[in-house]
Ligand binder design. Structure first.
Ligand code: PXP
Length: 248
């Protein structure tokens, strides 16, 4: 089965905001991504609006982009999601001082706080996923909360690949494989993402339980050199190749 690809356009907005100009436009990037074969467009509306802004979400929704709205599980963000009703919401932890989403959600620790929010989003017909580390107790807590999807954090694996630490690569890949298996067994749909590149995506795409990958920063960076559409096509080819090898 082929994997859905979500393209995260946050850093198109980062570039735009660096100059305070109206370009490059994340909506234009979203349209190019869909034309290039992405299935979903992802945008993270952060509390500090450092990249995606409220009006970007409005424009993406008006243009009927199949949007995965990434956000912290705060009352403010839940209200925004309920107003826009995107295709999906991915709940992530958020700290003001972090450069990017650093860890997964502590679903175990925030059980009471999270469950009503998940229910409200689901009740509005929004597909909900929780961004978690591939750790058994987090997966079990997500399943208990009856969230339909989880997104497994691939950051630790990608960092291990970058630092050429073969032991850590094996350990983190094993954790992703075991996590994907446990999540699927628990009835959760399994997504994955963070830090994926042409070089490291294959091993993740080859994990059979994973049905969706979320990729942003690398694609936006690569588009400086070869353009967004070719970068997405190349990523798609790397993913499909790994998937075909898996089933061969
Ligand atoms: N998934 C989640 C939950 C994220 O927070 C991010 C980063 O915004 C991504 C996927 C994509 O990561 P990257 O930009 O490194 O591809």
């Amino acid at each position: 089965m082929s994997i859905r690809l979500g393209v995260n356009v946050d850093h198109v907005a980062t570039l735009r905001n660096a100059r305070g100009a109206p370009y490059p436009d994340p909506l234009r990037a979203a349209r190019v991504a869909l034309e290039a074969g992405a299935d979903i467009v992802t945008a993270h509306l952060r509390e500090d609006r450092r990249h995606i802004r409220d009006e970007d979400i409005e424009r993406l929704m008006q243009a009927e982009i199949p949007l995965n709205l990434e956000m912290a599980a705060t009352d403010e963000m839940i209200a925004i999601a309920l107003r826009h009703r995107p295709l999906a919401c991915c709940l992530v932890p958020e700290r003001r001082e972090e450069i990017t989403t650093e860890g997964g959600l502590d679903v175990v620790g925030m059980d009471n706080n999270l469950a009503p929010k998940v229910r409200a989003l689901k009740g509005a017909g929004i597909r909900v996923s929780l961004f978690i580390a591939p750790v058994k107790k987090q997966i079990e807590a997500a399943a208990r909360m009856q969230v339909p999807d989880v997104e497994l954090h691939t950051g630790a694996y990608c960092d291990a690949v970058l630092s050429n630490d073969t032991e850590a690569v094996k350990r983190e890949l094993d954790a992703l494989r075991a996590g994907a298996h446990a999540a699927a067994q628990a009835g959760l749909e399994v997504h994955a993402g963070h830090g994926l590149t042409y070089d490291n995506v294959g091993a993740v795409a080859a994990i059979p339980e994973i049905v969706e990958l979320q990729i942003g920063h690398f694609l936006v960076g690569e588009s400086v050199f070869i353009g967004l559409e070719p970068a997405i096509l190349k990523m798609r080819a790397a993913i499909d190749h790994a998937r075909a090898e898996m089933s061969a």
